[in-house]
Design a protein around this ligand. Structure first.
Ligand code: GLA
Length: 376
């Protein structure tokens, strides 16, 4: 196949604001320099023909309702984009594409959303359709629910909105993006826990349960609010936490406490980023981790271990990033200390596990990168 165009869609790492995007509360991720790439050519008919050197071939017909592959099949992410665009934008021409990528899979770095966005952009290009980036972020978030996860809109938004050397503050109601420069001298180390967190498998249930817990908590409070942004705008956080003590059972109370405190941490982290206050930023990451571990219960002992080790070797702060249940950590690290942190994690975390025969670890200093693009 001679390619006519190429799509590149990056993965992401979320700095802070975890498990609150589906409550329409703000998040602060970066797009990373790891991506899904599709080299493609448009077809005359409605077929999408994909080949991946790692995962094999998939082929399907565009339609407003596309029957899915079995749960967990990678082709479902392509179908997700295909169905959404065929239904909403009358996208009728398919494409033929070779899919490659270097985003670690099931690691909390959003390889799946990158694939959805990449396929979406390939289809739009094959149909020479004009589109608005902001609208596409929402559409791709909706599209991905095809796989059965009731996710928020963070991953698709940052994949399309990433800015080099910037974190992007994303608000959802309405969708708004504010790139914030990352201070010189700050680095973000990302480390995989070796515990796979497949979005399409068992963790899907655990994830969806959290979404439901949050809705449930909101329904049980004695304040009427249209949603979390409305609630947080009307009632001070301390008052909300007191109400939760009184009106919620243990599990929804913990979930709620995480949501309320995490949203506050995002605003504080934005300020710390803007003012270059690394110590404060690091403290917020550490608090976020404790909240995700104890209240939201989405960490994993191996992830906690990575966080502890990163802190011991001089990170300002570290926490589980992405959906959790395994996956990766992000650590905010002084630039002149990156090699030490990486060396320590290599020696103290990965070394002993490799001896036990575990594979698939990765450790990288992530660069905040450009959002998805198509060329020529
Ligand atoms: C997954 C979802 C996102 C977000 C994170 C947790 O990556 O796709 O929408 O909810 O988990 O913050």
């Amino acid at each position: 196949m001679t390619a006519e165009f190429e799509v590149i869609a990056p993965g992401r790492v979320n700095l802070i604001g975890e498990h609150i995007d589906y409550n329409l509360l703000p998040v602060l991720p970066i797009a990373i320099d790891r991506a899904i790439r599709i080299r493609a050519r448009a077809r005359e008919d409605a077929r999408v023909v994909l080949a991946s050197p790692v995962f094999g071939a998939r082929e399907f017909e565009l339609a407003p309702e596309i029957p899915p592959y079995p749960a967990g099949d990678w082709g479902n992410y392509a179908k997700a984009a295909g169905q959404a665009l065929a239904a909403r934008r009358q996208v009728t021409r398919g494409f033929e594409g070779e899919v490659t990528g270097d985003i670690p899979i099931a690691a909390g770095l959003s390889s799946s959303s990158a694939l959805v966005v990449a396929c979406g952009l390939a289809l739009l290009r094959a149909n020479q359709a004009e589109f608005d980036r902001l609208a596409l972020m929402d559409e791709m978030a909706d599209a991905e629910r095809y796989v059965g996860t009731r996710g928020g809109g963070m991953d698709q938004a940052i994949c399309l909105a990433g800015v080099e050397d910037h974190a992007v503050l994303i608000e959802f109601a309405p969708l708004r993006l504010l790139p914030i420069p990352i201070p010189r001298g700050w680095r973000f180390v990302v480390a995989g826990s070796l515990v796979k967190a497949e979005k399409s498998a068992a963790t899907r249930e655990a994830y969806n349960q959290r979404v439901e817990d949050c809705r449930d908590a909101l329904r049980r409070l004695p304040v009427r609010a249209t949603g979390y942004p409305d609630l947080l705008a009307r009632v001070p956080g301390a008052e909300l936490l007191r109400m939760a003590e009184e009106h919620l059972a243990d599990r929804p109370r913990r979930r709620f406490r995480h949501v309320v405190t995490e949203a506050a941490r995002v605003w504080e982290a934005r300020d710390a980023l803007v003012s270059g206050d690394a110590a404060r930023f690091g403290r917020l990451l550490a608090e976020s981790h404790r909240s995700l571990r104890d209240d939201y219960q989405v960490s994993h002992p191996e992830v906690d271990r990575l966080v502890d080790l990163a802190m011991e070797s001089g990170a300002w702060g570290a926490r589980v990033t992405g959906a959790g249940f395994g996956g990766s950590i992000i650590a905010a690290v002084p630039a002149d200390n990156v090699n030490r942190v990486i060396g320590d994690l290599e020696e103290r975390f990965y070394g002993p596990r490799r001896i036990k025969g575990l594979e698939g670890g990765f450790l990288l200093a992530a660069r905040a990168s450009h959002g998805a693009r198509v060329w020529p």
